[in-house]
Design a protein around this ligand. Structure first.
Ligand code: DP6
Length: 357
């Protein structure tokens, strides 16, 4: 219940402290695209957390002794005024659930392990790390809260910053969005993928090929809005549910070919929604398509289990089992690097959830 997450503290006199969390980014296999009011997703999404791509956030807090702005934000050591508007919106959204925040002043210092604009969802790792810090403060005020509540509410808060961020609170395979297909699923926070996962998926690698580093022409937030009144909105909902069912089956039974089919279908369906919105837009670049075609050719010729997925952008995530790592690295260097911006790519793999530092 949404009201379970409201906490009003009256014990806020003279508290002071710091907390620090590391939280991973994630990449969706079933894509969240479109939302209802209050950051409720149109469809259930499923993602994996990454290992090497994460945000570390440290929050220093103390009882507030002045009125006006109650937080300062530093990204990679520098004050970032441009992020403050978004953070203000986040704090307004979560005020009802963490009213103690208005009585504190916060210094938020955030660092990413990966380059900015690399196609890795930095809002996911940032909002999840910040939400965990906020829960640390809540726990200091209310030590009785248990781990289940701590992480559920952290995910609930992260969702109010950026939808996909709520999945970063749960390591490995995580889903968000209420569905009869997955036990314990919720629209309000992410939960661990409830089915058994075949061990062939335990060691997935994810190499991000950076095709374009420029700021996207259309943000995800705008893209989500364009699903309202979209000609294919209902069909997309049916398709996402059907894809989730199939991917669940593939993950449970170790069906790699079905996994590949659904992961790529989801990536292309996400972009098909963009291309058929009003206004329509295209975030893929010519090099994105060059790479996709080469991946298909390589998979066929080498009988590989490689596949790709896309975020809302031009960059490509190559997903493949660890036993193909060496061969895929050779393939990237010989055939794909020329389509990457300055030859840039990031090797990553499926990882665990966040942890406190
Ligand atoms: C294409 O979570 O960035 O990456 O909730 O407006 O912050 P907001 O959107 P965001 O959307 C992510 C969309 C996606 C698919 C996904 O991660 O599921």
């Amino acid at each position: 219940m949404i009201n379970d997450f409201i906490y009003n503290s009256n014990k806020i006199q003279n508290i002071k402290g710091t907390c620090k969390w590391r939280s991973p980014s994630n990449i969706a296999l079933i894509k969240y695209w479109g939302k209802k009011p209050n950051q409720i997703p149109l469809n259930t999404s499923l993602s994996i957390t990454l290992n090497n791509c994460y945000t570390i956030t440290e929050v220093s807090y103390q009882t507030r002794n002045k009125i006006g702005k109650n937080f300062e934000f530093f990204f990679e050591g520098k004050a970032k005024l441009s992020f403050e508007e978004k953070l203000n919106q986040f704090f307004n959204r979560i005020e009802k659930y963490c009213s103690f925040l208005s009585l504190l002043e916060l210094k938020i210092e955030s660092n990413n392990s990966f380059p900015h604009s690399s196609g890795i969802a930095s809002s996911a790792s940032s909002y999840s790390a910040l939400s965990l810090c906020i829960m640390d403060i809540e726990k200091k005020l209310n030590p009785a809260i248990d781990d289940k509540y701590f992480f559920q509410k952290a995910s609930f808060l992260a969702r109010l910053g950026s939808g996909s961020a709520c999945r970063s609170i749960i390591g490995s395979f995580s889903s968000w969005g209420q569905t009869s297909i997955l036990d314990h699923s919720s629209d309000l926070y992410a939960t661990r993928f409830s089915s058994k996962i075949h061990n062939i998926f335990n060691d997935l690698c994810d190499t991000v090929l950076i095709v374009d580093k420029r700021e996207k022409e259309v943000s995800s937030t705008i893209g989500h809005q364009l699903m309202k009144g979209h000609a294919y909105s209902n069909d997309r909902l049916d398709q996402a549910n059907s894809n989730l069912n199939k991917l669940k089956d593939a993950l449970e039974n170790g069906n790699y070919d079905l996994f590949i089919k659904i992961v790529e279908l989801e990536a292309l369906s996400l972009h098909a929604m963009m291309m058929t919105s009003l206004p329509y837009f295209i975030l893929m670049k010519p090099n994105t398509l060059e790479i996709i075609n080469l991946v298909w050719k390589y998979r066929k010729e080498k009988k590989s289990k490689i596949c790709f997925t896309l975020d809302a952008g031009a960059n490509i995530h190559l997903i493949y089992p660890e036993n193909e790592y060496a061969k895929v690295q050779l393939f990237i260097k010989s055939d794909l690097l020329k389509f990457c911006h300055l030859g840039e790519f990031i090797n990553d793999k499926i990882g665990n959830g966040p942890f406190k530092l």
